[in-house]
Write a protein that binds this ligand. Structure first.
Ligand code: ADP
Ligand code: MG
Length: 636
């Protein structure tokens, strides 16, 4: 493990290319656990199951002189990046090739490492964007010692010429931060401040709830005027009207990719695709989604009534620059391929016709507007009661035309001031599998918490009501777990601890969506019955040993609770440990006994639950690990 005094900045499983002894041995990629600290990138023997890790190597970041992407054709592989380090003389340097597991991870790791090496004195101006294969560079076809062919894509200063390095300190003597170059040819300039214009395209319609926010129309272009904040950007439309709009409703024109097509579902799972297509029941209805097993690859899902109603899934294969589903039709782009298969089934169960009418749903926005979390209760139209819980009654409501749920907090149940402060942060958390917090009404008592509304209510009740139908559908149940895991992996990445993850705190929406709710609220409960692990209302049955012993909460204690939640899902809502009293549960957990395997739960899934119940916190998997493992089972 990274030594005690080295702060861990980032960690993940990624694959690493073996450093070949001979240039002629085939390329070999191995799973490694990468840990980034302020001074080193360390990789460990990654055994996902046992959690056992042994250091296999490390790169001293002060010796790094290039951090760059690798072109696809070098290894026929997407998402590969390289760290070149050692002596700047090409012949003595070493290159570490790493394949990230998503485009997002790839960019994040690259950026994070760059931020740490940005002040190295030996940074390069040029690099090889390909790889050295059989003693020849795949990019420039030069020999091993050929001068690198491609200008680096980043520099340390905003004003620098692309590919050039600038002095390490600015005029005031402060170290400079790195930055990215603009791709050439130079993009149009924004007239106000002479920075390059950022043009985005709306991928969903957006109807603001606040005056002054800018409505968005799908497929129209907007100029971004201010993007300093993550979730709300100031934009200008073609008519010159300006206002804030949610950044997750637009995509940069230059990297729009498949987002512009209604048939593209992004990261939707196989289950979600089936759900959407089966509901439409239209011959040839289809979607394309990211492959869950191979990053950078895609899967086509098609509905056909012949011979019996079913959804078929096809991997879109790639050969060099060409995509294909069958050998007879190969195209340069996926939209071309889809177009061709609209006229010719070419081996598919049916020809492709149209995307679903209710396919891609617009995501929630992080809060209701830029910098706004206080909601005027007069703007809320309160409707029927949805239920009541620990904090009081929950009602359905409308905020302008948007459906919301309104939690009316019983007075004296929570430390309100602290919560209101935190709510500002919580509105900024945005993920498909998290119940969105829109804001609070905090000027009146009781205070209201206004969140996204999910029509099918609590997951616990849903499981209990649908037990007959669900109990044997282990694929569907596992998909529910995966969705919760995705939401939690996001919270883990944001370093936000839930503290009360359980089926009762998850909700079910349309299209089979599951969302995690009530994150972080537990911290503001003032009820003595709840507050300590000795309290009668404390969720003992979901608590990890380190929580029972020392009240030590972490994302890893959330993982323990996630194991219990998986058990709730696979028993369709049974109470963990049945009628055992809290003290007995604590004894059981401390002595290492775990919940039994639910009758219809596959052995592989039960193994995952048990991984969550690893007593040693360091060996317990993270949500990111759990996600990989669940996907593996789904695809098996
Ligand atoms: P609990 O203490 O059981 O977690 P909550 O106060 O969180 O209670 O919620 C009470 C009930 O209100 C839930 O069981 C659910 O049926 C309903 N509910 C809560 N939030 C929402 C929401 N965002 N959308 C729809 N129903 C909700
Ligand atoms: Mg709740």
């Amino acid at each position: 493990m990274a030594s005690r005094n080295e702060e861990v900045l980032r960690e993940a499983f990624m694959t690493k290319r073996s450093q070949n002894k001979s240039p002629f041995t085939p390329t070999n990629w191995k799973d490694r656990w990468f840990v980034l600290t302020p001074h080193n990138l360390i990789y460990y023997d990654g055994d996902r199951n046992s959690g056992r890790k042994r250091e296999k190597g490390r790169v001293d970041l002060s010796k790094v002189w290039a951090v760059e992407s690798v072109e696809y054709s070098a290894f026929q592989k997407d998402l590969v990046f390289q760290l070149v380090y050692g002596s700047t003389a090409d012949t003595e340097s070493v290159t570490l090739y790493i394949a990230a597991s998503s485009a997002h991870d790839h960019d994040d790791w690259l950026e994070h490492i760059r931020s740490l090496v940005g002040n190295n004195t030996n940074l390069a101006e040029v690099f090889h964007k390909g790889a050295l294969l059989r003693n020849q560079w795949s990019c420039c076809r030069g020999p091993k010692d050929a001068v690198a062919c491609t200008p680096v894509t980043w520099t340390r200063n905003n004003n620098a010429t692309p590919g050039m390095l600038c002095p390490e300190v600015d005029r005031s003597g402060r170290p400079r931060r790195y930055c990215y170059d603009q791709p050439s040819p130079s993009p149009p300039l924004n007239q106000d401040n002479m920075l390059p214009k950022k043009i985005v395209v709306a991928i969903y319609d957006y109807n603001p709830t606040e005056i002054g926010d800018l409505p968005l129309r799908k497929n129209e272009e907007y100029e971004v005027l201010q993007d300093a904040e993550e979730n709300w950007w100031r934009m200008r439309n073609r008519n010159g009207e300006e206002g804030y709009a949610p950044s997750n409703y637009v995509k940069e024109k230059a990297s729009l990719g498949l987002q512009q097509y209604d048939w593209y579902l992004g990261d939707a799972t196989r289950q979600r695709a089936e759900f959407i297509l089966k509901r439409e029941e239209k011959e040839g209805c289809f979607v394309v989604r990211n492959s869950t097993t191979t990053t950078g690859m895609y899967t086509l899902s098609v509905y056909s009534k012949q011979p019996t109603p079913q959804v078929k899934h096809y991997h879109i294969k790639r050969e060099g620059d060409l995509y294909y589903l069958s050998q007879s039709i190969k195209c340069r782009t996926i939209p071309d391929l889809i177009f061709k298969h609209k006229y010719n089934p070419g081996g598919l169960c049916t020809r492709l016709r149209s995307p679903p009418t209710h396919g891609r749903q617009p995501p929630t926005t992080a809060g209701i507007s830029h910098d706004k979390w206080e909601i005027d209760p007069n703007e809320l139209n309160l409707l029927e009661e949805l239920g009541s819980g620990q904090f009081g009654v929950v009602r359905h409501g409308k905020l302008k035309c948007m459906d919301v749920a309104v939690k009316m907090m019983k007075e004296g149940t929570m430390s309100e001031e602290a919560f209101i402060e935190e709510a500002k942060v919580m509105t900024q958390l945005q993920h498909t599998n998290l119940v969105q917090l829109y804001g609070v009404c905090s000027r009146h008592r009781p205070i209201y918490i206004v969140t996204e509304y999910l029509r099918y209510g609590s997951l616990l009740l849903y499981l209990r009501q649908k037990e007959k139908h669900l109990i044997t559908c282990s694929e569907q149940l596992l998909d529910m777990c995966l969705q919760v895991c995705e939401g939690m992996a996001y919270l883990e990445k944001q370093r936000f601890i839930h503290r009360d993850l359980a089926a009762r705190n998850c909700l079910v929406g349309s299209q089979g969506v599951i969302k995690v709710g009530d994150f972080g609220l537990a911290r503001y409960v003032v009820d003595d019955e709840y507050a300590g692990s000795g309290g009668a209302k404390f969720p003992i049955k979901w608590a990890a040993p380190e929580v029972l012993n020392y009240m030590r909460f972490s994302s890893k204690s959330d993982v323990w609770a996630f194991g219990v939640l998986m058990w709730e899902v696979f028993t369709c809502g049974r109470m963990p440990y049945g009628k055992l009293r809290n003290a007995e549960v604590v004894d059981r957990v401390q002595s290492g006994q775990v919940l039994e395997r639910p009758t219809y739960c596959p052995e592989t899934v039960y193994e995952l639950m048990k991984l969550c119940w690893t007593h040693d916190v360091d060996r317990r998997p993270s949500f990111a690990d759990m996600r990989c493992q669940i996907v593996e089972i789904q695809e098996a």
